[in-house]
Design a protein around this ligand. Structure first.
Ligand SMILES: Cc1ncc(COP(=O)(O)O)c(C=O)c1O
Length: 375
């Protein structure tokens, strides 16, 4: 059996090596490393895939979030609501821009923003909401969009973990994740569902004015060369990453299907174990399984992880600490308001999930989990 990894990027690369190698060499030969045609092609191909008017590539998913917030012209102290249970990038950029992060609990079953908690957190100072489509599934966007509209608040979707997933509205309309808010952001970090071979990110919007503003912000605030109209940043996707992404975008749906197949295998394997809760698939969103995250009941999670390590099955805890309790962003909080986050911190464990898992590996992993749980 092939060694089991959390993410097997090498095997994935070998399957597309001739194409990708040629594309990368072609960029080297043309020497158009920055803002070359490959970046423009990728941008327009991603616009078509997402059915969104503008994709503005940038250097990584954290920059994408920061730039999206910069484009809104918020004032120091304005409040931005996001989830307590996620990767730190979202809350980090809020702090960097001297805005006030207001964290809310997540839903226990979907790991995404609890919409009742969101409603309760809104104040006259709330200027933006950033739901995170965690682990590969959209947040409850219909409700969140309604709440944002009612209160006239900007909505930015952090889509770093869910590219390719689709949200179905109650009237039957279907939209790609990241294209429903005023802006969406993503990361092309190598292990992401659409990942490059270095760092990369992008902002999506259907708003022409915002798109224009963002194109300036990513380029030192320049709209005309050497005329700086506002304070911007230098945040670019380079041509080598863009050419890799062009190839991988054509495979994104196939990759997401492979992840779903692996998730189906795990779901079936764990269906009869009462102490394992498999990830819920919400009826409003398709799931692209950036992570396959179990909740382990009975206080057994940490021992399960140790057991799996002994069996050479990697398994990760995403995430071990609530953002409100991280030193950098520490917030006074009433723990009663965060019961789901606090429960999940003790229960979650993510199993290997990627496009290259085969049945032999999936069986070995599930057998190992069940061997421990049935002891
Ligand atoms: C939910 C979420 N947001 C933002 C980011 C930041 O992306 P990057 O690592 O490209 O800066 C990540 C990356 O791990 C993420 O998972």
């Amino acid at each position: 059996m092939k060694k089991i990894q959390m993410v097997d990027l090498q095997s994935q690369y070998y399957k597309i090596k001739p194409d990708v190698d040629n594309a990368v060499l072609n960029v080297m030969n043309t020497a158009a490393f920055i803002n070359g045609p490959e970046v423009k092609f990728f941008q327009s191909e991603l616009e078509t895939y997402l059915d969104v008017k503008h994709v503005i590539p940038c250097a990584n998913g954290t920059d994408a979030l920061q730039i999206a917030l910069m484009a809104l012209n918020l004032k120091e102290g304005d409040e931005v609501i996001t989830a307590d249970f996620t990767f730190a990038a979202t809350v980090e950029v809020i702090h960097l821009l001297k805005l006030k992060a207001v964290l809310v609990d997540v839903d226990y079953d979907t790991f995404t923003m609890d919409t009742e908690k969101l409603k309760a957190a809104i104040t006259p100072k709330t200027k933006a909401i950033i739901p995170v489509h965690l682990f590969g599934q959209c947040s409850n966007m219909e409700e969140i969009l309604n709440i944002a509209e009612q209160h006239d608040i900007h909505l930015i979707e952090d889509n770093a973990q869910a590219i390719g997933s689709e949200f179905t509205f109650s009237d039957g309309t279907v939209k790609k994740s990241g294209t429903m808010g005023i802006m969406g952001t993503t990361s092309f970090f190598p292990s992401k569902n659409l990942g490059c071979y270095g760092d990369g990110g992008a902002i999506f919007t259907n708003d022409d004015e915002l798109a224009h503003k963002i194109r300036g912000i990513v380029n030192h605030g320049m709209y005309e060369r050497y005329y700086h109209d506002e304070v911007g940043v230098n945040s670019r996707l380079d041509s080598i990453q863009a050419t890799v992404l062009r190839k991988k975008l054509t495979l994104l749906d196939t990759y997401n299907e492979a992840r779903r197949k692996a998730a189906d295998y795990y779901d079936d394997a764990f269906a009869d174990c009462a102490e394992i809760l498999t990830p819920k698939r919400a009826d409003y969103s398709s799931h692209v399984f950036h992570q396959y995250t179990l909740r382990i009941l009975g206080g057994k999670r940490n021992d399960l992880q140790k057991f799996l390590t002994e069996k050479e099955v990697p398994a990760m805890i995403y995430y071990p600490v609530a953002l409100r309790k991280q030193k950098a962003y520490f917030q006074d909080s009433n723990d009663v308001d965060f019961v789901n986050t606090d429960k999940l911190l003790e229960e979650v464990i993510s199993l290997p999930m990627h496009t290259e898992l085969d049945d032999e590996q999936l069986k070995y992993i599930s057998d190992a989990v069940l061997e421990f749980m049935n002891k």
